[in-house]
Design a protein around this ligand. Sequence first.
Ligand SMILES: [Zn+2]
Length: 135
Amino acid sequence: MKLDILAIGAHPDDVEMSCGGTIAKEIAKGKKVGILDLTRGELGTRGSAEIRDQEGAAAAAILGVSVRHNLALADGFFQNDAESQLKVIHFLRKYKPEIVLCNATDDRHIDHPKGSDLASNACFLSGLKKDRDQG
Ligand SMILES: [Zn+2]
């Protein structure tokens, strides 16, 4: 399946809170939109990862997104490294989105700019013809 838009967020509620309205508007116009959560938000002060899973699934159904995946990287401790980039690249190559939305590049929460950098780096690398092992 090809997506028009893939929204990538560090935590399960980042996409809804930052661009939920945009996603709803684009889906209403007939666009196919997916969400990729980098972590399950297990370090969040309120709630739990299980509650965030349920809320994420409910939000995806309400918005009408075509797919939603969670990479389950370590909340607070994931890195913008080859291992994480390859996981994001997998979804970029699978869904070939025309537009990728991601976290803010500068923010108080350390995961947000880190997630933005990870998404940006993965977008660049996903367009290369050769894979890492073919170098
Ligand atoms: Zn967040």
